[in-house]
Design a protein around this ligand. Structure first.
Ligand code: NAP
Length: 238
């Protein structure tokens, strides 16, 4: 299936912010590839959006796997020949479950595992897919970060998660710098505290509110911002 539509990939699309970002991008007439590491959950999520009349298809992606990232890139090349937007949304927050919530007793294994998904996962998937953007000199890369990674506001607790998001912000800056002569724009976003499995029931924001800036960054016009960290469509400190 070829398309004249813009093509977007969302990682961790089966639930939470990734699911809602897939919905909102499809509503903006993007052909969305909703990816998930779990085949059944991903298929069900894509089906739900298809039932809403949206152009969404599922493809498997585990961001911790080189092979999985390579296969996804190959699929997009064969099916569409291009990629316009990549939302690096998949993430984990395991400090609390692993009893590693204080830096004093945090287990290095927990931090390594977190980095494997939240940092290397983004690097791996971006490296695999960026050639599809470079070939057309167009792309929007949105790294879903967190205020918990802000150095200006760094507090204690959740060291694995915090470190992973600070490092993710560094990735954003490095990619944006290397791509500054191109029409590939790379930004970080904090969605705020959002009611999802990760955010919990107490969170004040709905997923729809949470993805507003994500979708805005994924659809920036030429000459739009790059190398920034945004919340509510406004630049915030690193
Ligand atoms: N919710 C908040 O308040 C909040 C605030 C700031 C930042 N964020 C960030 O927003 C992003 C989305 O969070 P969320 O609240 O939607 O969390 P969530 O409900 O826990 O969803 C996380 C998603 O990431 C996926 N994922 C985890 N590891 C993966 C892997 N190795 N490969 C592919 N997918 C993987 C999960 O898949 P499974 O279903 O298979 O586990 C799930 O789809 C995360 O990067 C998070 O750090 C969230």
């Amino acid at each position: 299936m070829n398309t004249t539509k813009k093509v977007a990939v969302v990682t961790g699309g089966n639930r939470g912010l990734g699911f809602e970002a897939s919905r909102q991008l499809a509503k903006q007439e993007y052909q969305v590839i909703l990816t998930s590491r779990n085949e059944m959950k991903g298929q069900a999520a894509a089906q739900k959006l298809q039932d809403e009349g949206l152009n969404v298809q599922f493809h498997h992606l585990d961001v911790t796997s080189d092979e999985s990232s390579r296969i996804l890139a190959q699929f997009i090349r064969q099916e569409f020949g291009k990629l316009d937007a990549l939302v690096n949304n998949a993430g984990i927050y395991i400090d609390v479950q692993s009893n590693s919530n204080s830096i004093v007793n945090s287990q290095i294994e927990t931090i390594e595992k977190t980095l494997e998904t939240n940092l290397y996962g983004v690097l791996r998937v971006t490296q695999a897919l960026i050639p599809l953007m470079k070939e057309q000199n167009y792309g929007r890369i949105v790294n879903v970060s967190s205020g918990m990674g802000q150095l200006t506001d760094m507090e204690g607790g959740s060291p694995g998660y915090r470190i992973s998001k600070t490092a993710l912000n560094a990735l954003t800056r490095i990619f944006a710098s290397e791509l500054q002569e191109t029409n590939i724009l790379v930004n970080s976003v904090c969605p705020g505290w959002v009611k999802t499995d990760m955010g919990g029931a107490e969170a004040p924001r709905t997923p729809e509110q949470g993805v507003d800036t994500i979708v805005w960054l994924a659809t920036l016009p030429p000459g739009g911002a790059t190398g920034g960290f945004f919340r509510d469509r406004q630049l915030i400190d690193w």
